[in-house]
Write a protein that binds this ligand. Structure first.
Ligand SMILES: Cc1ncc(COP(=O)(O)O)c(C=O)c1O
Length: 463
């Protein structure tokens, strides 16, 4: 039971974290197994994370998750990059329940809490990036951004980047990598007017200079050529996931985004930054784009924005605000009072609890420890990330860089069985710990991961 004295202090989550991880049954436990089997009878299309480790959760508090058998886990996933300020942050839960008892929905009429949220967002975002729409999931905010871009520029073509992810509706899917399985099962899904171009991945560069270093100018030159060869000259917007989450916590080289901004300005293209996953503190900034002092024309926020309550935002530059009238921007749930309360309280917590500073400091600690993994482990090819958006890339051979997908699955399962609730399912071990985490728990999670990597290396005969 969490004691009253911890509520509303920065340390509200510490008591419930005591003694984690605490595994008291074999995993998955008997009640998890029963519940998963019974749910799965009806619930289809589960993610690989669940399929690989089918436990069922009943409680979350701060950095701690408890399953239905009473096993307690250290959380390294924040839901799925969502509960970034910890599960059930008291201030945020209280703010949601206040409005749950007073006014749950009044379409897009204003409310006292919406007024405050609008002012707060305008205050934390760069000057002039303040024409806002609220939605209830990331994909819908992305769709709104795509429609807004068309309305602003009156152009219908988009360029988007290899391995970026934007959600699962038709527009969002069209601006992302196609899932091979889906393509086989229901045919090509990319909508007309969407084209994919490569983005520099520092570990796997496509274009290199004479010295063998990644060459960001060559990427821009390729885009220039692609405009002529691959489009009908009607491009209005470049769709960018500035820090790739789904693809494995991949950040482009530091000179890339400023060069891309310059290129967009040269052609009068809008730059749309999809920060549904990385925005609102996960990389140590409100906007990931701030790492490169670059302001997008359109930006989307989600996930951390409401710390678990479904609320997302699409923001365009003030000068484009009128275009939002053209896209019939309201939705049934977007900006309901509970949603606004969750988003407002989340931003206030980030400010009051110095969360950005914590992410920067503990993020450096994470990276330092992760870099040591590359030195010490034959299957750790590369580590990457900023703040609390982190990845460890597993390879069969450091020279060939062949992805080691089977090892990724095994490390995921082994670490989960030791009490680490986390995300990966491919060859990049993705980490998204709650932003309130300190070095002690960061070390605890990394120790579990390292031990699991060592066990897998042994199984595959590496020394
Ligand atoms: C960058 C990005 N954009 C959009 C989405 C879609 O958000 P949602 O799942 O809330 O619809 C995601 C989801 O992971 C995402 O990572």
């Amino acid at each position: 039971m969490v004691q009253e004295k911890y509520i509303h202090t920065k340390d509200w989550w510490r008591e419930s974290a005591q003694g984690i991880p605490q595994i008291i049954t074999e995993l998955p436990g008997p009640e998890s197994s029963r519940m998963h089997t019974s749910t799965e009878r009806y619930m289809k299309g589960l993610s690989s994370q669940v399929k690989l480790f089918p436990v069922c959760f009943s409680e979350g508090h701060g950095i701690t998750l408890t399953d239905v058998d009473g096993n307690r886990y250290l959380d390294f996933s924040s839901g799925i990059y969502v509960t970034s300020l910890g599960h059930c942050h008291p201030k945020i839960s209280e703010a949601i329940s206040y409005w749950a008892k007073r006014l749950m929905n009044c379409h897009d009429f204003s409310t006292p809490v919406k007024e405050k949220l609008m002012e707060k967002m305008a205050a934390i975002l760069p000057k002039g990036l303040n024409a806002i729409q609220l939605y209830s999931d990331g994909t819908t905010a992305v769709e709104a951004a795509l429609r807004a871009a068309r309305a602003i520029k009156n152009k219908h073509e988009f360029l988007a980047f290899y391995r970026d992810f934007h959600g699962k509706t038709m527009g969002a899917v069209s601006a992302a990598q196609m899932y091979r399985g889906d393509v086989q099962s229901y045919g090509p899904t990319r909508a007309p007017g969407f084209y994919m171009i490569p983005k520099p991945d520092p570990y796997r560069p496509l274009f290199k200079n004479a010295k063998g270093e990644i060459d960001t100018d060559a990427y821009i030159n390729f885009y220039e050529e692609f405009l002529l060869e691959g489009t009908v000259g009607n491009v209005g917007c470049i769709v960018l996931e500035p820090a790739q989450g789904w693809a494995g916590s991949i950040f482009p080289p530091d000179d890339f985004v400023p060069k891309l901004r310059k290129w967009c300005d040269k052609h009068d293209f809008l730059l749309f930054a999809d920060e549904v996953l990385a925005g609102m503190g996960r990389t140590g900034e409100w906007m990931t784009m701030s790492h490169w002092n670059t302001i997008p024309d359109i930006i989307t926020f989600g996930k951390s924005f409401g710390n678990g309550f479904p609320v997302t935002a699409m923001v365009v530059k003030e000068e484009y605000g009128d275009a939002l009238n053209k896209i019939s921007a309201s939705s049934s749930y977007g900006g309901n009072p509970m949603a606004c309360a969750a988003a407002l309280a989340s931003i206030e917590v980030i400010e009051a609890e110095s969360i950005l500073e914590n992410v920067r400091t503990v993020g450096k600690y994470f990276m330092k420890r992760m870099e040591k993994l590359v030195e010490d482990h034959p299957i750790v090819g590369h580590v990457k990330g900023k703040g609390f958006l982190l990845g460890i890339e597993l390879v069969k051979d450091k020279n060939t860089k062949e992805p080691f997908v089977e090892a990724g699955k095994k490390v995921y399962q082994k670490a989960f069985a030791k009490g680490l609730a986390w995300i990966p399912a491919g060859h990049i071990l993705r980490m998204s710990p709650p932003l309130i985490m300190d070095e002690r728990y960061a070390a605890m999670g990394l120790d579990i991961i390292e031990q699991s990597i060592s066990e897998v290396e042994k199984e595959y005969g590496y020394n």
